[in-house]
Design a protein around this ligand. Structure first.
Ligand code: SAM
Length: 236
C-alpha cells in the first residue's frame, strides 16, 4: 500500500484501515536495522500488537543481489499469509510509481501465483509537490511527462526541447546529485523561473522553491523538479 510522500496525514483512509486490520506490517529497509522511510511515515497509524517485518531491499545495481532480495521479500510475505496472518507492505508515495513494492509484487506473482494481493494506491510525491506549491500540473491539452532526471545534460537538453514543442509539463524525479548540472542548463534555457524545486515534500523540513532560489549544490535524493515551459492560451 502507498503511504504517501512523508506527511502521515497523506495516507488514504483505505491505507489506514488496511493497516488497522493487519497482524503484520512489512516495510522496505535499505540496510539491516534501519527503520525505513515508509514505516516512519506510517508510524502514527501502527498498533502495539502488530508484528513488524522489515524487508531488506538494498539500493544496489547488481541484478543477482536485487533478484535475491525481491524473491526473499516475496517469500517472507507469502509465509505470513501461509501462517494465517494478514500482512500489509508499506511503500513510500504510490505503490506503482518507481516503487520497490512493484518488484515485490512481480516476484509474488511469479513465485506465489495463487496468493491474493490487493494494491492500495498512495499520493505520489509529484501530486503532493504540485499541491504544496500551488502549482497546477497539467491544464487543457497539456501533457505531463513524469520520468527520472536524465543522466546527462545533453539528454536533458533534448528532453526540454521535445517538451517545449509538445507542450508537455515535465516532472523530473531522482534529481538529487544531478542538480549541480541541471541548474545551469535550466538557467541557459531561461527556465529557472518556471521550475518548481520540491524537496522532502510532506516532511517537517520540506522546501518548495522556485528553482532560481536553489543554489548549485547536491540536492537530497528526495527532491524533484516540475518544469512548465508554456501556459495554455485560455486562462482566468
Ligand atoms: C524511488 S522514487 C519513489 C517515488 C514514489 N513511489 C512516489 O510515488 O512518489 C524516489 C524519487 O521520488 C521523488 N520523491 C519521493 N518522495 C519525495 C518527497 N517526499 N519529496 C520530494 N521528492 C520525493 C524523488 O525524486 C525521489 O528521488
Amino acid at each position: 500500500m502507498g503511504v504517501g510522500p512523508g506527511d502521515p496525514d497523506l495516507l488514504t483512509v483505505a491505507a489506514v484501515r488496511a493497516i488497522a486490520a493487519a497482524d503484520t506490517v512489512a516495510y522496505p529497509v535499505a540496510r539491516e536495522g534501519a527503520e525505513g522511510m515508509a514505516a516512519t511515515i506510517a508510524r502514527p497509524w501502527l498498533h502495539q500488537h502488530q508484528q513488524h517485518l522489515p524487508l531488506l531491499l538494498p539500493m544496489v545495481e547488481d541484478p543477482a543481489t536485487l533478484r535475491a532480495a525481491w524473491g526473499l521479500a516475496a517469500d517472507r510475505l507469502a509465509a505470513e499469509r501461509a501462517a494465517g496472518r494478514r500482512v500489509v507492505l508499506l511503500c513510500e508515495g504510490d505503490v506503482s510509481l518507481f516503487a520497490s513494492a512493484s518488484y515485490v509484487l512481480l516476484a509474488l506473482q511469479q513465485r506465489h501465483p495463487a496468493l491474493e494481493v490487493q494494491l492500495i494506491p498512495g499520493i505520489t510525491s509529484v501530486a503532493a509537490a504540485a499541491a504544496a506549491g500551488a502549482w497546477p500540473l497539467a491544464l487543457q491539452r497539456q501533457g505531463l511527462l513524469l520520468l527520472p532526471t536524465p543522466e546527462t545534460a545533453a539528454e536533458l537538453d533534448q528532453l526540454l526541447a521535445q517538451a517545449a514543442s509538445g507542450g508537455w509539463v515535465l516532472a523530473l524525479l531522482k534529481l538529487g546529485r544531478r542538480w549541480p548540472w541541471v541548474r545551469p542548463l535550466l538557467e541557459q534555457r531561461g527556465l529557472l523561473e518556471q521550475a518548481l524545486f520540491a524537496m522532502r515534500v510532506g516532511w517537517p523540513d520540506q522546501q518548495l522553491l522556485p528553482a532560481t532560489e536553489v543554489a548549485v549544490r547536491d540536492a537530497p535524493y528526495f527532491s524533484l523538479l516540475l518544469i512548465r515551459q508554456a501556459w495554455p492560451g485560455v486562462l482566468p
